[in-house]
Design a protein around this ligand. Structure first.
Ligand SMILES: Nc1ncnc2c1ncn2[C@@H]1O[C@H](COP(=O)(O)OP(=O)(O)OP(=O)(O)O)[C@@H](O)[C@H]1O
Ligand SMILES: [Mg+2]
Length: 398
């Protein structure tokens, strides 16, 4: 599976998308985020908020920050998937500090946290609570966090809180209910996408980190990766990894724009389709890979990018769907259900057409029209949104 690394003489996969702090690239924006977090720790001020679109490097930045924390001076709790009530969040934090506290009341949990904070302070330690994906925190829980952050002895705060989240978090913080919390924010940074120069430097940096090998990048390649990815690191990684695989398939050490094009096609990216790209990003790249893989069929490139690799990135069970003859039973005006984990809805009945929406398994669609081959024009609505587009009928059931 990883023969291509050997072919390029690389020690390691330069564009793996797991957050590995040893690959941390200091763009201006990441540098600013990192220094702001260090500043928060030094000044012992209340809240830091880091906002960035999916894949811009929030999690990796905080990993890097954590790696550098002086172990004897700071204790921290790191909470992920925080769609949690105040009680659940307090329990999760306590658990991270090694304290079991199931089924206790909110007041009791709060008291326990307070005691822990006082103890740590007396032992001369700072306490840090880091909440990733904080856009999922309910308003009520955010408000409880603020109350917790008010705890102090003398005039010293007992803890500092770092919230990392997608732009939705900023919207939440602007709401009336959370205006008090907003006033407590002392560090507010936004991670921005890489510029074109940064994209180039980033690609070179990661290749060098992975051993340099004999990879050559055609100048046009950088430009195209930048256009496709809009400078979002996670997308750069996905594109570059696939472009390398495409180069390997062509047995060339020079990665050319055509390899990037093939990489882009395999995940449904088209130039200029910024909205499409954002839809895909928010729908989750993992799902996108699977949907892309399922829709693309087995091209030459796909031989090397098995569904399994998409699956391991996505943590979603991928299903391989065989040709089905449900087509005959599908009727215009009827309803069908998406039968794969994610399914791209496209602008026209063509697997290269721009993606207008990413459907999930179980979504119900109304069939508006039967198109060429197995294509179906469908309507999806769920109260909030209503979208029309084309899906491949192989991946739905009735
Ligand atoms: N500054 C950087 N240096 C090196 N790699 C980076 C950097 N920023 C992002 N990446 C790469 O992009 C991937 C995505 O970054 P990360 O998971 O931190 O994004 P995120 O902002 O937390 O996204 P999400 O909102 O989806 O959680 C990382 O795993 C890493 O491979
Ligand atoms: Mg993250």
């Amino acid at each position: 599976m990883k023969d291509y690394l050997e072919f390029f003489g690389l020690r390691d996969d330069p564009f793996k998308i797991t957050p590995d702090a040893s690959y941390f690239f200091l763009s201006e924006s990441h540098q600013e985020a990192l220094s702001s977090l260090r500043y928060l720790l030094e000044t012992e001020e209340g809240f830091a908020v880091v906002i960035g679109e999916p894949g811009t490097g929030k999690t990796l930045t905080v990993r890097k920050f954590i790696d550098e924390l002086p172990p004897n001076e700071v204790r921290f709790a790191y909470v992920l998937f925080p769609n949690l009530s105040p009680e659940e969040l307090f329990e999760a934090i306590l658990e991270d500090f090694g304290i079991k506290s199931e089924g206790e009341t909110k007041n009791r949990l709060f008291a326990r946290l307070r005691d822990l904070l006082i103890e740590e302070r007396e032992a001369g330690k700072k306490v840090l609570i880091i909440i990733d994906e904080a856009q999922n925190l309910p308003t009520e829980t955010l408000e409880e966090l603020r109350i917790l952050s008010n705890l102090e002895t003398g005039d010293q705060k007992l803890l500092q809180i770092i919230l990392l989240g997608q732009p939705e978090l900023e919207e939440k913080l602007n709401s009336r209910e959370l205006r008090q919390l907003k006033q407590r924010i002392t560090v507010f940074v936004k991670l921005r996408n890489f510029t074109e120069e940064e994209t180039k430097a980033y690609i070179d940096y990661r290749i060098v980190k992975a051993g340099r090998g004999n990879v050559r990048i055609n100048p046009g390649t950088y430009r195209l990766v930048y256009r496709y990815s809009l400078g979002i690191p996670r997308l750069i990684n996905i594109l570059m990894e696939r472009a390398l695989m495409a180069g390997f398939v062509d047995t060339t050490h020079e990665i050319k724009p055509e390899h990037v094009k093939r990489a882009g096609e395999s995940i449904g990216i088209r130039v200029g389709g910024e909205n499409t790209l954002r839809t895909l990003l928010y729908a989750g790249i993992g799902g996108l890979l699977i949907a892309g893989a399922l829709l693309m069929g087995a091209g030459k490139l796909m031989d090397y990018i098995s569904l399994k690799s998409a699956q391991s990135i996505a943590h979603i069970p991928a299903k391989v769907i065989g040709g089905q003859d449900i087509q005959r039973s599908i009727k215009t005006g009827g309803r069908v259900i998406v039968s794969v984990p994610m399914l791209n809805m496209r602008e026209s009945p063509d697997r290269n057409a721009p993606v207008v929406y990413v459907l999930r398994e179980g979504d119900e669609l109304r069939v508006l029209e039967k198109g060429p081959e197995t294509w179906l024009k469908v309507l999806f609505s769920n109260g909030d949104i209503e979208v029309k587009g084309w899906v491949n009928g192989k991946y739905v059931r009735d």
